[in-house]
Design a protein around this ligand. Structure first.
Ligand code: ADP
Length: 459
């Protein structure tokens, strides 16, 4: 096992990694921007190095500063967390060149799966079903139009470098196609510095179901079951759960096998996620692979009893997987709500500022992964997620009841949060029935009086 590692991230995931390291007896070095000096990850790590000003392009995205910090601190490995540099193949490559172990897959796998058009082709070649669409990226608008007609409308135009729901546009008909094609490409260029886009058939009312996989350095791959992430707003996940209420044992086996095949196709190592869309007839289609730990990993941990971050360290240090596919058991049900400092009555605008009062929920079956505390100032520079509440119960009904009561207990003053919004979803009869698709939030917002999830006007 490693002796000392550096965490190239901030927020709750930095804390999550520090906690796993403490239990493994691994020393931790945090990096931080000037805006994060008071952050818990800085206080809890064994050492901390400032890597620049608040804005992430000047700090958390500066590969050379992070590598320099790693060399000064003389660490064996770097854990990238999620976001920031976690899916940057050049960063993984630099780590490899400096003989610092990157806790994740090899740079070639990140590069291959990071280009979503290449990822599609890679898994299609080994027989994993993909959404019907263009073969690779399409640059010429006329050719794109022709391909869209062949696929049949509606189609979705997606950025090959996409992530976080950006650079994605729906076109219902040939008339609107050119406009959406140009818009997706422009948005992708702005967000990722790469305007390349591809085209997929738009699957009507699908569920988003993803599989957690683990692969050791010998190339043995396991899956740890699925997460249902259909509760999304603007293609971004809000609530996730495991197992999926839509899943059957047969479908799990079939999709799990496909996920393992997808990972094998890119010689995957370490923890990763294979994402699928599933239509109402239970046909499933690969959409992308995330080559890192994900925000929603705790729901898998809660139902499998496997600590995914520790597994990442064990795998990276060369240990073989300690269990077989048959030994992976899914027990009970877990739900995660992402808590964000944002105002649902102001179209979910971020709400940074000082948290004046903070009381997190607790009790049996509740886990809160968060980096905030009373007196902490949520900086305006980063993602607005400030906590994840994870409830676990013997079944879905128990997990829902627990989530409901914990969101009621959760007290955060000083900033607006989406807690009332998450609670009204958790209490929604359609959600409780488990009959939802990726359109759930959109429909929910249309049919639900705003007053039900508006935060209090006074903080
Ligand atoms: P990103 O990398 O930006 O997260 P994904 O490819 O993972 O993009 O897609 C995010 C979400 O967008 C999906 O969970 C789904 O809700 C929607 N989506 C993506 N592709 C399609 C499609 N072909 N048909 C219908 N919905 C889609």
């Amino acid at each position: 096992m490693f002796k000392k590692i550096l965490i190239a991230n901030r927020g709750e995931i930095a804390l999550r990694i520090i906690r796993a390291c403490r239990e493994l007896g691994v020393e931790t070095i945090a990096v931080y921007s000037e805006a994060d000096e008071q952050s818990l990850h800085v206080q809890l790590a064994d050492g901390a190095i400032c890597i620049g000003p608040a804005s992430s392009p000047e700090s958390y995205l500066r590969a050379e500063r992070i590598i320099a910090a790693a060399e000064i601190a003389d660490v064996d490995a770097i854990h990238p967390g999620y976001g920031f540099l976690s899916e940057d193949p050049a960063f993984a490559e630099q780590c490899e060149e400096c003989r610092i172990k990157f806790i994740g897959p090899r740079s070639e796998s990140i590069r291959r799966m990071g280009d979503k058009a290449t990822a599609r082709e890679t898994v299609r070649a080994v027989g994993v079903p993909t959404v019907p669409g263009s073969k690779g990226a399409v640059a010429d608008p006329q050719e794109a139009s022709h391909i869209a007609e062949q696929i049949g409308f509606p189609v979705i135009v997606k950025a090959v470098a996409g992530g976080g729901g950006r650079g994605m546009r729906l076109a219902h008909n040939p008339m609107s196609f050119q406009k959406e094609f140009a818009a997706a490409s422009a948005e992708a260029e702005k967000a990722f510095g790469n305007g390349a886009v591809y085209i997929e058939k738009f699957i009507e009312e699908p569920r988003h179901i993803e599989f957690q996989i683990l692969a050791d350095e010998e190339g043995r791959v396991l899956h740890l079951g699925e997460r249902d992430c259909s509760i999304q707003r603007r293609h971004q996940k809000v609530i996730e759960e495991s197992p999926s209420p839509f899943m059957t044992p047969e479908l799990r086996e079939e999709m799990g096998r496909a996920a393992v095949k997808a990972a094998e196709a890119c010689q995957y190592r370490n923890a990763g996620t294979v994402e699928f869309l599933v239509d109402r007839h239970r046909n499933f289609y690969f959409i992308e692979m995330n080559t890192r730990i994900q925000v929603e990993h705790p729901v898998t941990e809660e139902v499998t009893g496997i600590d995914l971050i520790k597994e990442q360290f064990r795998i990276a240090s060369g240990e073989p997987l300690g269990l077989t596919q048959e030994e992976v058991q899914i027990k009970g049900h877990a739900i995660e709500c992402r808590v964000c400092a944002e105002n649902p009555s102001m179209n979910f605008a971020p709400s940074p500022g000082e948290i004046s009062l903070y009381f997190p929920p607790g009790g049996h079956g509740i886990r809160v992964d968060s980096h905030v505390y009373g007196g902490y100032t949520v900086p305006k520079f980063y993602d607005s997620m400030i906590a994840k509440v994870i409830s676990v119960g013997c079944d879905r009904e128990a997990a829902i009841a627990r989530m409901n009561r914990s969101l009621r207990e959760y007290l955060i003053r000083g900033v607006f949060t989406n807690i009332p919004f998450a609670r009204s979803i958790i209490n929604d009869p359609e959600f409780v029935r488990g009959r939802f698709t990726t359109r759930f939030v959109e429909e929910f917002l249309q049919r639900t009086p705003k007053s039900l999830f508006e935060p209090p006007t006074h903080l």
